[in-house]
Design a protein around this ligand. Structure first.
Ligand code: GLY
Length: 293
């Protein structure tokens, strides 16, 4: 089948001046993932490499440029899912890893466990051959100022990627530093299997973003995939997912991107903005900030 890839850079409200940077970052990241898919590579590799690019881009709330928590640390969460074998790897609260998504993948593939948190996750990174970095290396001047002002009003710019490859295998990846000035130890939806992401061959894949607590409460990405399992297309599943969360919570503040098993895209949000991108039928990378798919 024709491979497909989609990525997001968060759902929230933010200043229009930030839109261009987000779209440029999404395009750069998607070009990496798309190149992997176009040469016959795996969806899993494509989503990991797309998210690594977004983690390395200080524009987004993941990896470099993440928010500092109340203890003054960038504390990162990530999840990767291989929909071909129904497996996942996840990390929560890591502070010494540049690319938590790669640590999540190594946990999935090289350990019998699925999920590591805190110091144990950083220690596991070292055991798995990932060099630890000082936390300050993840801190940008903008985010330092944000922390010093004790601001909690920043957007949740969690990043994520979903893909289906030419073999029909689906994968999802998501990564974040969470919410601004969060209490130390707080973990949101992003690393939770079924909440921040989900993927299952024959059904599709989804990635959620926005205010994590409500997304976790509803396992929102799994909900999107359940809707596709019932026969909804990606567009219909994305809309149904936002309808679901919006009916339950007044302050849902969520977005979702979806690919169904036929390679159709869907995206929807209850927030004023969702930054997302995809590769269209002509092979061009498209981005959007306010649209629903
Ligand atoms: N969606 C990211 C978070 O709430 O941590």
């Amino acid at each position: 089948m024709i491979p497909k890839i989609m990525a997001h850079g968060g759902a929230w409200e933010w200043d229009d001046a930030l839109d261009t940077g987000k779209c440029t970052g999404l395009k750069e990241a998607l070009s990496i993932g798309n190149e992997i898919l176009q040469r016959g590579g795996a969806a899993l590799d494509a989503v990991e490499q797309t998210v690594r690019s977004l983690e390395n881009n200080p524009v987004f709330d993941a990896g470099t440029g993440g928010y500092l928590n109340q203890d003054g640390l960038v504390q990162l969460d990530a999840l990767i899912i291989d929909g071909a074998v129904r497996d996942f790897g996840a990390v929560g609260g890591v502070t010494q890893v540049q690319n938590p998504i790669t640590l999540a993948r190594k946990i999935m593939e090289e350990t019998p466990q699925c999920f590591f948190v805190g110091d144990g996750a950083d220690k596991m990174a070292e055991k798995l051959g990932i060099s630890l970095i000082p936390n300050e290396q993840l801190v940008t001047a903008t985010m330092r100022d944000f922390y010093l002002a004790q601001r909690t009003d920043g957007p949740s710019d969690t990043v994520g990627a979903i893909a289906i490859d030419d073999q029909g295998n689906v994968a999802a990846a998501t990564s974040t530093s969470g919410t601004p000035y969060k209490p130390a130890g707080r973990v949101g939806d992003s690393p939770i299997y079924g909440a921040g992401g989900y993927a299952e061959n024959g059904i599709g894949t989804a990635g959620a973003t926005g205010q994590g607590e409500n997304i976790m409460r509803l396992l929102l990405s799994k909900y999107s995939c359940d809707k596709m399992a019932e026969g909804l297309t990606a567009v219909e599943a994305a809309k149904a997912t936002m309808h679901y969360i919006d009916n339950i919570f007044d302050d849902s503040m969520a977005g979702v991107i979806v690919i169904d098993s036929n390679g159709n895209f869907g995206a929807a949000h209850t927030t004023p903005k969702l930054a997302f991108g995809w590769v269209d039928e002509q092979g061009e990378i498209q981005t959007a900030i306010k649209a629903n798919f």
